[in-house]
Unconditional design. Structure first.
Length: 489
């Protein structure tokens, strides 16, 4: 949102928006009218359905290649990038995808001389061992030598009770024990559905993941936490995708977590993937520029992107940060002919891309997607309304603290140094996000660093004292990010 900075009598900078409250109310009215129209259109669509993507699958346009699908090959391609010491989040749809990844993961560990452990969840132990045998592993000999362990979480982690710190400390201890016995390290592949079976809360799960992230490292512990996509809340999986340095998932899984396509069936998602192009953009380069023709729609699968608008004087305002599984470039769906902003990669990134008519066709044949698009716009509008209120009433330090909390909620994870937000933001970027001057942002960050509240670096931001930054932001404990309420050790 465009605006200018005004310094009050107290010396604090406040953003004065160029978009008035009455303008926002008019935009809200348009959104409501569009919603009513779409609901009316949905009734017609239910009477005269046109399942385009499903028809493509039935006609064979979207080919399934048995167990060796394009998606499975893509997973193996990602698997080749994994290294010892990684903490991996693997998101899968069914047992075939699970065993395909797990066999490769375990075989790689055995080849490196690591002790390998498989923690079962929904899949029976015999299914795991049979898959390993089919993959060329001499399972009986490996188990006899203590090279391979297939165990339940109750046995391996001595449950109950569940205590995340105790479980992760046990993993560390067993990694040290494996090294003392001459192994190159410990490698654990765990089906995470056991946490659901034990009634572990979402915030406990995210906290556990953060602790595992601290424990992993080259020459010690490599871990793959494996999540069946339809068993876990989308919000939890979104956090996992955004906070893990290494994620292995099919493109249809990423789309299932997107706000635009989360209601589509798996066959429709696979058809949408087939119709997508792939765009890889290196850090600092652009997906599109302000003023370009608006013809394409994107969903980000990795990296981060900033959406920036320049005013006639050449001054930039960062409108938002796009995180993985989020759509961007939706103006092409609204009939806009030119881009009103630019999309620049903050890191090496990858996105799926479609021509706008393709997505409009999906919206026409799947009315729920149309409603999801309206909800997405309403959510963006509400965030802009909150931002407008902050610009008008909150001092810069509070606006900056709220920005840091929002980023932590979206993509933060625990590290030994504190809660890390892996995002390459310059002081100028933070100033544009908070609608302040770079010098003011620099002064606040320097004070936070001296007070051990936040340590902002070029490639990441560390929150060292979550309670303190929450107090500066003026939010209560309920608003703190799940699983990220602790401070740096």
């Amino acid at each position: 949102m465009h605006g200018y900075l005004k310094t009050g009598l107290d010396g604090t900078e406040r953003g004065v928006p160029l978009l008035s409250t009455s303008s926002l109310e008019r935009v809200t009215g348009v959104i409501i009218a569009v919603t009513q129209f779409l609901r009316w259109r949905n009734d017609l669509a239910h009477k005269h359905p046109c399942r385009i993507l499903r028809a493509q699958v039935e006609r064979g346009t979207v080919a399934t290649e048995g167990k060796v699908t394009r998606m499975a090959r893509a997973l193996r391609q990602q698997w080749g990038e994994l290294q010892p010491g990684d903490h991996i989040a693997f998101l899968y749809e069914d047992a075939a995808e699970l065993t395909s990844f797990a066999v490769s993961f375990i075989k790689d560990g055995l080849a490196r001389g690591e002790r390998c452990v498989y923690i079962v969840g929904e899949v029976e132990p015999t299914e795991v061992t049979e898959a390993l045998v089919a993959g060329g592993v001499d399972v009986n000999r490996a188990i006899e030598r203590g090279v391979l362990v297939v165990s339940s979480p109750q046995e391996y982690f001595a449950l109950p009770p569940f205590d995340a710190s105790r479980v992760v400390e046990l993993m560390r201890k067993r990694a040290t024990e494996a090294i003392s016995r001459g192994f190159a390290g410990l490698r654990i592949a765990g089906e995470m559905t056991w946490m659901l079976q034990k009634g572990i809360r979402d915030d406990e799960l995210l906290g556990f993941e953060s602790l595992v992230d601290r424990a992993t490292g080259p020459g010690l512990l490599t871990a793959a936490c494996m999540y069946r996509r339809d068993r876990f809340p989308p919000a939890v999986l979104q956090r996992l995708v955004r906070s893990h340095a290494k994620v292995v998932a099919g493109d249809h899984v990423y789309l299932s977590l997107s706000a635009l396509f989360q209601t589509l069936a798996r066959s429709d998602l696979q058809g949408l993937v087939q119709s997508a192009g792939e765009r890889r953009v290196r850090k600092g380069d652009f997906y599109f520029h302000q003023g370009d023709q608006a013809t394409e729609v994107y969903v980000l699968t990795s990296g981060e992107v900033k959406v920036v608008r320049a005013d006639p004087n050449g001054q930039n305002v960062i409108l938002r940060i796009v995180a993985p599984v989020e759509p961007f470039g939706e103006r092409a769906l609204l009939g806009g002919t030119t881009r009103l902003s630019s999309a620049q990669a903050l890191d090496d990134s990858r996105a799926l891309v479609w021509e706008a008519p393709t997505i409009l066709q999906v919206m026409m044949s799947h009315p729920a997607v149309s409603l999801d698009a309206v909800r997405l716009m309403e959510d963006r509008l509400e965030k802009e309304r909150s931002r407008l209120q902050d610009l008008s009433t909150a001092p810069v330090e509070r606006r900056l603290a709220r920005l840091v909390l929002r980023l932590a909620q979206s993509m933060g994870h625990m590290t030994p140094q504190g809660i890390a937000i892996e995002l390459s933001l310059s002081g100028q970027d933070l100033a544009e996000l908070a609608s302040a001057t770079p010098s003011t942002i620099s002064r606040i960050l320097a004070e936070w660093r001296r007070s051990n509240v936040v340590d902002a670096r070029r490639e990441r931001i560390f929150i060292l004292n979550m309670q303190r930054i929450a107090a500066i932001a003026g939010v209560g404990g309920d608003a703190l990010p799940a699983g990220l309420t602790g401070n740096a050790p």
